[in-house]
Write a protein of this length. Structure first.
Length: 148
């Protein structure tokens, strides 16, 4: 594989991470497009180099990515006022972006694109009118059952 292809993998991973980070930033998260893009870039670069140059031990590099991003994610989870946990969705999104970077770094481009779409869909699901209506209907049914 040429060096150009390795760079292309890293660029793809960074761009896909940016898309997810943009959604998080748009929704008010402290970790936004640059953070997500950099995590995806790092995960993609480590994986691409590991898969191409050290195929017998690439799984160790991937395990290191998962562990390192776990620590980053833990730093995003905080207790807010009243003991409410905040940042859990952003931390989980960051972990998913690392997985996306690993997939892009391994050369699975279609899967990386599908993962990006799926993560954005999950993050935005509560903003889709059809799902919002279904959730309201479900809450209304639960209240009706409680009142009976």
């Amino acid at each position: 594989m040429t060096e150009f292809m390795l760079v292309a993998r890293v660029v793809l991973g960074a761009l896909l991470g940016y898309i997810i980070g943009w959604e998080r930033e748009y929704r008010g998260s402290a970790a936004g497009d640059r953070t997500f893009s950099l995590v995806a870039l790092g995960a993609t670069a480590f994986t691409a180099l590991g898969v191409e140059n050290f195929p017998a031990t690439a799984e160790k590099l991937i395990a290191g990515v998962v562990t390192g991003v776990g620590f980053l994610g833990a730093g995003l989870i905080l207790k807010g006022n009243g003991g409410q946990v905040v940042g859990l969705t952003t931390a989980a999104s960051l972990w998913a972006v690392a997985a996306l970077g690993v997939v892009a770094g391994a050369g699975e481009y279609v899967m990386a694109l599908c993962l990006t779409a799926l993560v954005v869909l999950i993050l935005e699901s509560h903003n889709l009118p059809v799902l919002r209506r279904a959730a309201r209907a479900g809450n209304h049914d639960q209240r009706a059952n409680l009142e009976e």
